[in-house]
Ligand binder design. Structure first.
Ligand code: F6R
Length: 261
């Protein structure tokens, strides 16, 4: 796992946007794994700007969502499909029919989840998966206790996550759905490159547990320790509880020129 510590959220977004731009430039049919929430918003703004400036095209790309709420009407503004369209896809040239998400409104959710894992495989797998981290250590919506080998399935959100996400629902915790469909940790691990972005002091504790704590279902983000190509980009406040900061900085400063993130 590579840990990159940058000064602030803007620098984190610059770095991660650069990873996506490189994947879009290098692959004939790239598959982007997109996260919602606030962590990737700066990245998405940079991709929109680059597309508007003609410096990037996603016309040949596909995108898959990490997760989706269960129980929101399909035209609700806070579905993750609507979120990602509003924050990214509607503003770049990625064809909207190539944005995929789990069908959280299906009558048979279990088979819709299996179908989603199959779809990701049929697309050829995810080239780069963006991730945020929850204050309770979740990735996707794999809450503590999630199997490290889990596949896409329904999960129940913790109270902590529903409180965190109430900001998208006019601060009404009761309006935040209790259930979600999320790519499983095993599904996420199949992406070729995982890039987790975390900024701000409230992420310091979960980042320390994910990066330097034991591999445990109690901190689902610790599953990144199993991945051969995982990059964790944090700003100074989110890095504040890491022990091996000097080593991470030294390794990044002396990274061989040919070795990308
Ligand atoms: C979003 C997702 C979640 C968020 C996490 C952090 O699709 O799967 O894991 O990444 O809850 O959210 P923010 O970035 O809002 O702090």
């Amino acid at each position: 796992m590579e840990v990159v510590i940058v000064s602030d959220a803007d620098a984190a977004a610059d770095l991660v946007a650069g990873v996506i731009v490189a994947v879009l430039a290098d692959h004939p049919a790239p598959v982007l794994g997109l996260a919602t929430g606030s962590s990737p918003l700066g990245v998405y703004r940079r991709l929109i700007d680059a597309c508007a400036a003609g410096a990037l095209t996603a016309a040949h790309a596909s995108a898959v969502l990490l997760d989706e709420y269960v129980g929101l009407p399909s035209d609700h503004a806070e579905t993750y499909r609507a979120f990602i369209r509003g924050e990214l896809v509607d503003h770049i040239d990625l064809p909207s029919e190539r944005l995929f998400g789990p069908d959280a409104a299906a009558d048979d959710l279990a088979s819709a989840c299996r179908e989603y894992d199959r779809l990701i495989r049929d697309l050829g797998g995810v080239d780069v998966q963006l991730l945020g981290i929850g204050t309770d250590g979740h990735v996707g919506f794999n809450e503590p206790g999630s199997s490290l080998a889990s596949r896409t399935r329904i999960k129940t959100l913790t109270r902590a996550t529903r409180v965190d996400n109430a900001r998208w629902f006019d601060d009404h915790v009761g309006d935040v759905p209790r259930h979600v469909v999320t790519q499983g940790l095993g599904t996420i691990l199949e992406a070729r490159h995982l890039v987790l972005i975390a900024t701000g002091p409230e992420k310091a504790e979960p980042i320390a547990r994910a990066v330097e704590g034991p591999l445990t279902a109690m901190c689902p983000a610790s599953v990144l320790q199993l991945h051969p190509h995982a990059t964790v980009v944090v700003d100074e406040p989110a890095a504040a509880r890491l022990d091996r900061v000097d080593y991470y900085r030294e390794a990044y400063e002396h990274k061989p020129g040919w070795q990308r993130l």
